[in-house]
Design a protein around this ligand. Structure first.
Ligand SMILES: [Zn+2]
Ligand SMILES: [Zn+2]
Length: 346
């Protein structure tokens, strides 16, 4: 089958001809209909995030049709439309037993620790394939499995309740989903903090209260709009100590700041005035859980989570086109996501 692989760190991905994976009894073979190209793939190619082995087929955002089913998989049949949970876990360890597979001792991510979705077929455990309703296009099913799933996990970790208020710092891929999901949670006041005018305009168009961080201190602006109260939940999606601190500062009493963006910078807070006195919480958020995916799929099926066609661009399963998409991702400022749709050459 055709695949596009990373063969050397810092080099362009290359077209490859590899064998179709052979499945075990608990696996399914999926004929890939769509695979999302993600920021993390650009980081693997550049060597910023480490990979254990090369060559490797990248791609962790996958949807397609079941081609072949292992004898032990009873809940899926050939032809089923599915989307794929990218964390493959043992199912038996202390964390897997509690449904917290992102901490599994032997967790493997597809397209990072094992072969991914820049290919015609992928093998995954049957438990990682989730039914994809007909109403959801394959390309949406694929890209939902990364940033939207993590945005949902962040809202769950922050224990967002209907009618609470939320501030979202950063309106990239995660923010685009987080805003829609916060509204699906019946959040009334959703603030989006950004410095990019186009993103502020698009957040406002999608029903958010846009906070332009260039105009004035975003914390002051949020405090002013909430009569000094602050918000119940703040999501930090940028990965900067400054905005993480702002996320804590804009909290109301009993507020929760969920930190999703990645940084190695140090963040300092005043424990008494900024945390203890308000009984505020700072919560770390990493990846997402299999148990959250059915709800995510339902949000997409019911139209509460949408990716309009002008936010999706399609490329073929072709190294030149994929490398160009990865180059563009490094400095992208819009919400356009690129999805690989392998052309069938049978
Ligand atoms: Zn991704
Ligand atoms: Zn485990």
């Amino acid at each position: 089958m055709r695949a596009v692989q990373l063969t050397e760190i810092g080099k362009a991905l290359a077209d490859a001809d590899v064998s179709i994976p052979r499945i075990g009894s608990s696996d399914v073979l999926i004929r890939i209909a769509a695979a999302g190209i993600c920021h993390s793939d650009a980081r693997y190619r550049a060597g910023i995030s480490k990979l254990d082995r090369l060559p490797l087929t990248l791609g962790h955002e996958v949807a397609g049709r079941v081609e072949e089913v292992g004898s032990g998989v009873t809940y899926l049949s050939a032809g089923d439309r599915v989307c794929v949970h990218y964390l493959i876990h043992c199912g038996n360890c202390e964390f897997c037993m509690r449904g917290l597979e992102q901490f599994c001792r032997t967790v493997q991510m597809i397209g990072k620790h094992r072969e991914g979705g820049y290919a015609e077929f992928i093998k995954v455990p049957g438990a990682n394939a989730f039914p994809l309703p007909d109403e959801i296009p394959f390309e949406v099913g694929a890209i939902m499995m990364c940033s939207s799933a993590t945005a949902l996990h962040a809202l769950n970790k922050a224990r967002l309740e209907p009618s609470e208020s939320i501030a979202i710092f950063g309106f990239g891929g995660l923010g685009f989903s987080a805003l829609q999901l916060a509204r699906a949670f019946d959040c009334v006041d959703v603030y989006v903090v950004e410095i990019n005018p186009a993103k502020l305009a698009s957040a406002a168009k999608m029903g958010a209260i846009a906070i332009d961080a260039r105009a004035a201190d975003p914390v002051e602006q949020i405090k002013e709009s909430t009569a000094g109260r602050g918000v119940d939940v703040a999501l930090e999606l940028i990965g900067s100590a400054k905005t993480m601190h702002q996320a804590v500062l804009c909290l109301a009493p009993l507020g929760r700041a969920a930190l999703v963006g990645l940084t190695t910078e140090l963040m300092s807070i005043h424990p008494y005035t900024e945390l203890i006195n308000k009984e505020a919480e700072i919560i770390g958020v990493s990846d997402h859980l299999a148990t959250e995916l059915p709800a995510l799929v339902e949000f997409a099926r019911s139209g509460k989570l949408r990716f309009p066609s002008d936010t999706l661009r399609v490329v073929d399963l072709d190294a030149t086109q994929i490398n160009a998409a990865l180059d563009a991702l490094r400095d992208s400022i819009d919400h356009v996501r690129t999805v690989i749709i392998p052309s069938s050459d049978e």
